[in-house]
Every structure is written in structure tokens, then in C-alpha cells.
Design a protein around this ligand. Structure first.
Ligand SMILES: Nc1ncnc2c1ncn2[C@@H]1O[C@H](COP(=O)(O)OP(=O)(O)OP(=O)(O)O)[C@@H](O)[C@H]1O
Ligand SMILES: [Mg+2]
Length: 261
């Protein structure tokens, strides 16, 4: 068993090799090669249209890449159905909220734990000892929603709704959690709470976070991958990314510390 677990630790949670995706004449992803280690917190940073969501879509299996290969925990999944990737431990959130405003926090977490995406919830009457209900309660505490457990989703603040989305993703017990701009539209205070939440997630969950905001990406991640026009331009630690002049050019249009006159 020792040999098995030692070699397993070397297998990346996610590995992309030369991944490309073309939409007609548009090359939305070009030659993307990257590996994310188990337990890592990785941020994908880049301007509008850089290909961040497209990267998530090909990893989740919403559509296949037009070139290259994708491995999840050593298993090739390049052309695998999305639900089979879910079975391998992959869960992703969407850039636009997928919440049901009329449900309570409790129902949302319970249903996500049962693998139900909206719809047939009125047929399910959980009993207090139902493990999915117990787990939902635990997750509510993990994502700091214990105090609003019985409130409707529509009555939550925007920040609490984003926390709930992370919670619902966790309810499926993912090994690899991919979050598409979870901090979008949040206030500074809500952002800080969300970063703390992401940092406090159990280390057996690997997290890949798409972010638009450099501050959130640098604060939440161990390593950062910067994309532009479909390609990876830089990858490194938050410190390396912050000091990188190419990244400064992309984000600021000029080098920090360049003074005129
Ligand atoms: N299904 C699609 N069909 C055609 N073009 C697409 C499709 N999905 C994405 N694109 C194009 O691919 C490019 C990358 O888009 P993508 O959504 O991946 O960018 P992004 O980095 O997530 O941007 P944002 O920060 O705005 O979310 C864009 O030019 C976009 O218009
Ligand atoms: Mg996007």
C-alpha cells in the first residue's frame, strides 16, 4: 500500500497536454499544457476572452478540445462524457449563478448532496437522520451559512449566494473543484470572506479558480496561471506573478515603477 500511495501522490489531479479549442476561425485555446497537483489551489487569471471558461468547459466535458489530451488523476478523459468525469471526482461551478431563489439554503445543500439539480425536489422528503441532510448542515457551517440555513436563497446577500454555490459544489464530495469567477460582483468585504473560505477548504480537495481580479487570485492561490488570447503566458507563485512584467503589461498596460519626467 505504501508504494501505491507514494506513486499516486505523483499523479496530477489534472493534466492538460497541448490542449486547443477552435470555434470556426477563432482559436479560443492554443497549446495549453499544465499540471495541477493534488491538494493545490490554482488560480487561472486573464482578461476577458482569454479562454478561461473555455478551459473549464473542455476539462468538464461540455465540449471536447479540438487538439491535445486531458487526464484526471491519471485517467484520460479527453472525450469522456461529463457525468463520468463527475464520477472521477470533478465538480465545477458556472460563471453565471445556477441557484434556485425559492429554495432554502438547507434544501439547496441537501439536493446538491443527492445529485439533484432543481426540478423534482418536492418529491423528496428528507428525514432528520438522512446522511445527505446531516452533511448539508455541516457544509452550511463550512461555508459560513449556518445562521441562514433555513432562509430562502433569494433573501441572501450576493456574497452569501456565492458561498452557497461553493457549498453546493462541495456537497458532491469533489476531489477536484473548479470555480468560475466565484468572487465576481462581490464587495471588498465579501471577497475577503470568500478568499478565507477557499483557503480553509480541506486539503484533500484540489481547487482551480478562474479569476478576473488579480488581488483575489494572488491571495487565494498557491500557484497562478496567466492566460491571454487562449494561451498560457506565465505560470508561477503569487510572488513571481506579481513581479512579472508581462503580467503587469496585460493588467496595467505599463510597467509598475516606470516614471516619466
Ligand atoms: N461556445 C462558443 N462558441 C463560439 N465562441 C466561443 C464559445 N465559447 C467561447 N467562445 C469565444 O472564445 C473566446 C474565449 O472565451 P471565454 O469565455 O473562454 O473567455 P474568458 O477568459 O472566460 O472571458 P471572461 O473573463 O469574459 O469570462 C472568446 O472570444 C469567446 O467569444
Ligand atoms: Mg469566463
Amino acid at each position: 500500500m505504501t508504494v501505491g500511495s507514494a506513486s499516486e501522490a505523483l499523479v496530477p489531479a489534472l493534466q492538460l497536454q497541448g490542449v486547443g479549442r477552435r470555434f470556426g476561425a477563432l482559436q479560443a485555446l492554443r497549446d495549453v499544457t499544465m499540471a495541477v497537483a493534488p491538494g493545490e489551489r490554482r488560480a487561472i487569471l486573464g482578461p476577458n476572452g482569454a479562454g478561461k471558461t473555455t478551459l473549464f468547459n473542455v476539462v468538464a466535458g461540455d465540449f471536447p478540445p479540438t487538439s491535445g489530451t486531458i487526464h484526471l488523476y491519471g485517467t484520460e478523459v479527453t472525450h469522456l462524457q461529463p457525468h463520468l468525469r463527475t464520477r472521477l471526482g470533478l465538480t465545477r461551478t458556472y460563471q453565471n449563478s445556477q441557484l434556485f431563489m425559492g429554495l432554502t439554503v438547507a434544501d439547496s445543500l441537501y439536493l446538491a448532496g443527492r445529485g439533484v439539480r432543481g426540478g423534482r425536489f418536492s418529491m423528496l422528503r428528507p428525514r432528520a437522520a438522512d446522511p445527505a441532510l446531516v452533511r448539508g448542515r455541516e457544509i452550511a457551517e463550512t461555508v459560513h451559512l449556518g445562521e441562514v440555513y433555513d432562509r430562502s436563497v433569494g433573501s441572501l446577500s450576493h456574497g452569501q449566494q456565492r458561498q452557497l454555490e461553493v457549498g453546493m459544489a462541495l456537497a458532491g464530495n469533489p476531489r477536484l473543484l473548479m470555480l468560475d469567477e466565484p468572487a465576481a460582483g462581490l464587495s471588498r468585504g465579501e471577497r475577503t470572506l470568500l478568499i478565507d473560505l477557499l483557503r480553509s477548504l480541506p486539503r484533500d480537495v484540489t481547487v482551480i479558480l478562474v479569476e478576473h481580479d488579480m488581488d483575489v487570485a494572488l491571495a487565494a492561490a498557491d500557484r497562478v496561471t496567466v492566460m491571454q488570447e487562449g494561451a498560457i503566458v506565465v505560470e508561477g507563485s503569487p510572488d513571481e506573478i506579481q513581479a512579472n512584467t508581462t503580467v503587469q503589461d496585460i493588467y496595467l498596460g505599463h510597467h509598475v515603477g516606470t516614471h516619466h519626467g
